[in-house]
Design a protein around this ligand. Structure first.
Ligand SMILES: [Zn+2]
Length: 55
């Protein structure tokens, strides 16, 4: 299924059998997105562990 990245608004393709809680990566901006709901489909930014986020 197709959806839109909440970060960059680029088109994002999800597997048809995507599960709640699954992490998907946006191919456009590279952000990690968590599937928080399926009906309707909702995505949220996943917690990042990138180095430049500090601690
Ligand atoms: Zn994106």
């Amino acid at each position: 299924m197709m959806t839109t990245c909440p970060e960059c608004e680029g088109a994002l393709a999800l597997a048809d059998d995507v599960q709640t809680g699954e992490i998907v990566v946006c191919g456009d901006c590279g952000v990690d997105l968590e599937v928080i709901d399926l009906a309707p489909l909702a995505l949220a930014l996943a917690p990042q562990e990138a180095e430049d986020w500090g601690e």
